[in-house]
Design a protein around this ligand. Sequence first.
Ligand code: DQA
Length: 145
Amino acid sequence: MNILVLNGPNLNLLGVRQPEIYGSLSLADIEAILRERAARLDVLIEFRQSNHEGVLVDWIQDSRGVFDAILLNAAAYTHTSVALRDAILATGLPVVEVHLSNIHAREEFRHRSLIAAVCRGQICGFGAQSYVLGLEACVTFKATA
Ligand code: DQA
């Protein structure tokens, strides 16, 4: 199984960016944790980050036929991007939405996710563990599909 892990804008600043909300781990730390879990699950992961909406759209489009599922932290684009939503629909791959913070417990504008309805599910609020749980969800629904 091959899973594409996509990270949206400002997640490259994890560790220094609002640690009281996002924790002290860097994105590289989260990647290392995820790689360890992936190896034990016998899953391959490709881990990427971009600050640019169009790049994320391109990566989602190009994932068809290459990856089995996408683990997506769209960051701020979660709340704004019709383009990401449309790319998910167009690609047809199962997508699991993840967030480090509990977006429903934060500012009102973060409560709405434009991608949630076209994802298989959403995991938020567990810090780096959200990614691990998301990876496990990808593997579990593949096994039960
Ligand atoms: C985030 C939550 C978003 O609202 C925010 O814009 C982010 C990170 C999270 O992982 O908690 O950049 O996706």
